[in-house]
Design a protein around this ligand. Structure first.
Ligand code: ATP
Ligand code: MG
Length: 448
């Protein structure tokens, strides 16, 4: 056919993921799994139970539960109107509000305090950059119904145990106290006075927040405003004896556990219902300080969301940032692993190969059965890249004798005499399990 008359085949458009929302590919999965296992174990060690709340909530939950004058509610929420019933809904930007909503809705505090944890994706419309995404993951804990510094110390120790479990060193604790609302009010007056006196030095965001949420100006990320924020009146100087006693006791408890911390007077949460303890865990990645976890006490929140008043504290960990730390310390993603790869000689051996694979799985082994046929050579190539230790070969001639073969895929491994061994197919699972156990007990250098 003449090239010019040939109709050009149009390729369907290739669709990519949404900016700032990432795929977790299988190669990364072992790292995620390691993190998730450590989280589940650590939560269990402190008596926390997992709660799973929906990703979508009513928008007003977050407006009330996070606060109108916050980065999240002002500009970061994925909100939409349900086209079927006109409800205003939002993809959760964090999980504390959802957990507290569920706790109230199901009266979970009726028989005393609750220790809860959660994990899952959160959504914020931020400018994507390293460690900042539009869909990211948080793991968090909420200790509900406990007012004392013992609960604050507990959630902090829980974090430290998790870092230890993950082998992460150099995750530093910073703490501060936000006191009670009347103390914050007095400090707020002083703060507004101070920033008004330096109005010319304020950036646009600070100008906007001067009267709505001046505490948050202390948290500015604008380098030009750092010095100004540094010199501002400190909330800690406005704390009364009760707040100070709570803060002192927490410090005492942390010291008694040899847990080092730094008091950072500029550490704030800027929402009216955060009170007393606030903390952050900070680590350095490639020379920049990264906050991997933020937490604190939010005693008024349960009542603000319509529940019977109950004190609460907790934290949220940024999972992607912790994984970044794990990668930085060399926790490379591991090779995929399975025990056995079953190769076979095409359709006439398929029933028996399928059967053999099922029996091996019955014996507790992880098995990949080759699908799609092909030469033994090409099947062995697949077996090699599968990460399997052993291949089981189901060939037609052997099968006629009621046998299959077992072959180590890596040289130098013990357990089976010779490179390939014939086994009665009835005893296959038994022999393979024995060989794998023997090899675990007596592994030779696989590099041999
Ligand atoms: P920042 O000041 O960095 O925006 P934040 O105060 O919004 O942080 P929190 O709401 O306290 O953060 O969330 C707890 C943790 O979740 C953060 O310390 C961080 O590790 C992680 N985190 C927050 N936003 C993102 C994001 N967009 N992408 C990845 N991780 C995030
Ligand atoms: Mg933020």
């Amino acid at each position: 056919m003449d090239r010019t008359t040939q109709t050009k085949k149009t390729q369907p458009e290739r669709l990519n993921g949404v900016r700032g929302m990432n795929d977790v590919l299988p190669a990364d999965e072992p790292l995620w799994r390691r993190f998730e296992d450590a989280v589940a174990g650590t939560m269990r060690a402190y008596g926390y139970s997992q709660i799973r709340t929906p990703i979508v909530e009513h928008t007003r939950l977050f407006v009330r539960g996070i606060g109108e004058v916050t980065d999240i509610v002002e500009k970061e929420m994925y909100s939409f109107t349900d086209s079927l019933n006109g409800e205003d809904l939002t993809l959760r930007p964090e999980n504390t509000a959802g957990v507290v909503r569920a706790v109230i809705e199901h009266s979970l505090l009726y028989d005393g305090p609750k220790r809860l944890w959660y994990a899952g994706p959160m959504f914020r419309h931020e400018r994507p950059q390293k460690g900042r995404y539009r869909q990211f993951h948080q793991v968090g804990a909420e200790a509900l119904g406990m007012a004392g510094p013992d609960a604050d110390a507990e959630v902090i120790l829980l974090c430290q145990r998790l870092w230890d479990e993950l082998g992460l060193e150099g995750v530093r604790l910073e703490i501060n106290s936000l006191g009670a609302s009347h103390e914050r009010r007095a400090h707020r007056e002083a703060l507004i006075g101070y920033f008004e006196a330096h109005r010319d030095a304020l950036d646009a965001e600070a100008q906007r927040r001067l009267h709505s949420n001046p505490l948050r100006i202390l948290d500015t990320k604008n380098p030009a405003m750092q010095a100004l924020a540094e010199q501002a009146p400190r909330l800690i100087d406005y704390l009364g004896p009760e707040s100070l006693a709570h803060f002192e006791r927490l410090q005492g408890l942390l010291r008694s556990q040899n847990l080092p911390f730094r008091i950072n007077p500029r550490l704030v949460r800027g929402l009216d219902y955060y009170n007393l303890t606030v903390f952050e865990w900070v680590a350095d990645v490639g020379g920049t300080a990264l906050t991997v976890c933020g937490g604190g006490r939010y005693d008024p929140l349960v009542e603000m969301l319509g529940g019977k008043p109950a004190p609460a504290c907790g934290f949220a960990i940024g999972v992607e940032r912790v994984l970044e730390l794990m990668r930085a310390r060399g926790d490379a993603a591991a090779q995929p692993q399975c025990d056995v790869y079953v190769v076979h000689q095409g359709d006439e051996t398929l029933d028996s190969a399928l059967q053999a694979a099922e029996r091996l799985r019955d014996a507790g082994l992880d098995v990949i059965l080759h699908c799609g046929g092909g030469s033994f050579k090409s099947q062995f190539k697949r077996a090699d890249t599968s990460g399997a230790q052993l291949a089981v070969i189901v060939g037609a001639d052997e099968l006629a004798r009621g046998e299959a073969s077992v072959k180590w895929l890596r040289s130098g491994q013990a357990g089976v005499a010779g490179p390939q061994q014939s086994v009665a197919i009835d005893r296959l699972a038994e022999v393979v399990v024995e060989a794998i156990v023997a090899n675990q007990d007596n592994p030779e250098d696989p590099g041999q």
